[in-house]
Design a protein around this ligand. Structure first.
Ligand code: SF4
Ligand code: SF4
Length: 194
């Protein structure tokens, strides 16, 4: 019978991408030997199309685009069970976090692109107002996601209970917040931030 063993090497993976994940997470992707203990303990595993151990395997096989296009990274609850259980000290929770960061600039729509849209609008609000403006966030999300009536009936209830405000004032330290965003932008240009 033909020997079908597969040998992982720098040629089987996209080394540039793996290095980015390792730098951001502070954890080795290459060290995983596929024992599956992480997936056995993951509470979100049933919602994921790729369980945690397979996420690492896909990275080792250079198939990071499948990982970024999938929903698994968005269902991860950052509970760190996987990292605690790993006998090889692979910090999978940190790897999941790094993958979510890297998906920000990835080409092609993620299956959970609405999560990315919500993230972007959240950050835009902070940039503009220096704080969160929930009414604007909900309205912009419904408009840009095409789900115009999503949670529409909740709005009046939240307004009457004072949980939502119709109008919002900018944070008085907005100039400080603008400086933070400019600094992050500079760091990203220099490759010092993801
Ligand atoms: S527990 Fe660790 S070594 Fe085992 S499959 Fe998961 S990440 Fe890999
Ligand atoms: S950190 Fe994420 S991947 Fe790891 S066990 Fe928790 S939910 Fe699963």
């Amino acid at each position: 019978m033909k020997n079908s063993k597969m040998h992982l090497s720098t040629e089987t993976m996209n080394l540039g991408f793996v290095r980015k994940v390792e730098a951001l997470s502070g954890s080795s992707v290459r060290r995983c030997f596929q024992c599956g203990k992480c997936s056995a303990g993951c509470p979100m595993r049933t919602f994921m199309e790729h369980p945690p151990n397979r996420i690492v395997r896909l990275l080792q096989l250079g198939q990071y685009e499948r990982v970024l296009a999938g929903r698994s990274i968005w269902y991860c609850a950052s509970c760190e069970t996987c990292s605690t259980r790993c006998p090889n000290k692979v910090d999978l929770a940190a790897i999941m976090d790094a993958l979510r960061k890297l998906s920000w600039d990835a080409d092609g729509p993620s299956k959970e692109s609405l999560v990315q849209l919500a993230n972007r609008l959240f950050i835009e609000n902070i940039k503009t107002y220096g704080r969160q403006y929930e009414m604007r966030l909900a309205a912009a999300f419904n408009l840009r996601s095409g789900k115009l009536l999503k949670d529409f009936m909740l709005g009046p209830k939240l307004l009457t209970k004072g949980k939502l405000k119709m109008f919002h004032q900018k944070n008085r330290n907005i100039s400080e917040i603008e400086r933070i965003f400019s600094r992050i932008e500079e760091m990203r240009k220099k490759g010092e931030a993801p």
